[in-house]
Design a protein around this ligand. Structure first.
Ligand code: ZN
Length: 146
């Protein structure tokens, strides 16, 4: 089990690098699956694991929280397929403080109206506001949420 120090509220670096770090939440991941090893595995699906927020992934929470690095020239990942017992289950991913991204192709840094890909119908779009974590992490987050 790998425990790393938690970096909170570190803004996404405004740089031209193709890799960036972002906090993600793996929604409804069963508490028993929220292990350091699983964090490494999920991190590798994005790119690499930066931080596993073990405290933010406690059983009372409805998700596992990790900071991952990923390649911003690729579409955002919308979920992760993980083996839970004998089944493979799709767990949705949401992102904290997600910058502007394209709802058409899922890539950061431009909007749908500026997309160079073929524009899909709005009702067929695979990306949208639902990829944003609904409750942004506040700077004065209570320490002992139960
Ligand atoms: Zn686009």
């Amino acid at each position: 089990m790998v425990l790393k120090p938690v970096e909170r509220d570190k803004e996404i670096a405004e740089t031209d690098f193709s890799e960036t770090d972002i906090w993600v939440q793996i929604r409804k991941l069963p508490p028993k699956m929220r292990t350091g090893r699983m964090a490494e595995k999920i991190g590798a699906m994005f790119g690499s694991l930066r931080v596993f927020d073990a405290e933010g992934s406690e059983p009372w929470s409805t998700y596992m929280r990790l900071r991952v690095s990923f390649n911003v020239t690729k579409p955002l990942r919308r979920g992760v397929l993980l083996a839970n017992g004998k089944e493979n289950i799709w767990y949705k991913v949401v992102y904290e403080k997600l910058p502007n991204f394209c709802y058409n192709c899922g890539i950061l840094g431009h909007l749908r109206k500026n997309c160079k890909e073929e524009i899909v119908l709005e009702e067929e779009m695979q990306y949208g506001n639902w990829l944003r974590a609904t409750s942004p992490v506040k700077k004065t987050r209570p320490k002992n949420r139960v």
